[in-house]
Design a protein around this ligand. Structure first.
Ligand code: FMN
Length: 183
């Protein structure tokens, strides 16, 4: 069975994006193995201390390398992606050995699916900028379909994500497209 590594772009305990990832996990059940990347303890990238790799960096690179695909669920912060995701992707974009730009990084060629729950724009700006960044670091981003959820007043009031039939269908189509890409 293929492995999909879930990455949530929010550290918030009741994160809507974490809740969305749980819905996606249910859709993949029995069809792909879902793992979750824990990266809250990842240090900020500092080229002074880049080599040898911090144990957290080494572990995260191994988990990414071992996955057949990544599925990122991210909120939108100020019309873009959260800084924790930029830090993570910057780490993944760097060569494992100093100056070794010939060996592909763990993110190069990796299939990536994008989803997000947020305000009125349904994280469109975040996903657009994440797509640009991921392509820059040579990931294989799935442009279509993606899932963007504009949270409802009820969602905000209850801190609970409830998907409409249409939103559930959007997520299901995305899960099916990812599974089709994995073959
Ligand atoms: C620094 C910051 C900036 C934000 N900017 C946006 C924004 O540009 N667009 C948007 O839809 N929501 C924005 N939000 C609101 C988030 O969508 C909201 O906090 C959401 O719940 C975050 O997702 P989570 O529940 O997965 O943590 C912002 C929140 C923060 C903390």
């Amino acid at each position: 069975m293929k492995t999909v590594l879930f990455i949530v772009g929010s550290l918030r305990e009741k994160s809507f994006n974490r809740q969305l990832s749980a819905e996606a996990e249910a859709l993949l059940k029995g069809k792909a193995e879902v793992k979750r990347l824990e990266y809250a303890a990842l240090p900020f990238l500092n080229q002074d201390t880049e080599y040898p790799a911090h144990p957290e960096v080494a572990r995260i690179r191994e988990e990414v390398a071992a996955a057949d695909a990544l599925w990122i669920f991210s909120p939108e912060y100020n019309g873009s992606y959260p800084s924790i995701l930029k830090n993570l992707l910057d780490w993944l974009s760097r060569p494992v050995k100093p100056m070794d730009y010939a060996t592909p990084t763990c993110i190069a060629g990796k299939i990536v699916a994008l989803s997000g729950a947020g305000g009125k724009a349904a994280t469109a700006h975040c996903r657009e900028k994440l797509t640009e960044l991921l392509k820059f670091i040579r990931a294989d981003v799935i442009d279509e379909p993606q899932t963007g959820i504009a949270l409802s007043p009820d969602n905000w009031a209850s801190d609970t994500l409830t998907l409409s039939d249409e939103q559930s269908e959007m997520l299901r189509r995305q899960a099916d497209a990812l599974l089709a890409r994995l073959g």
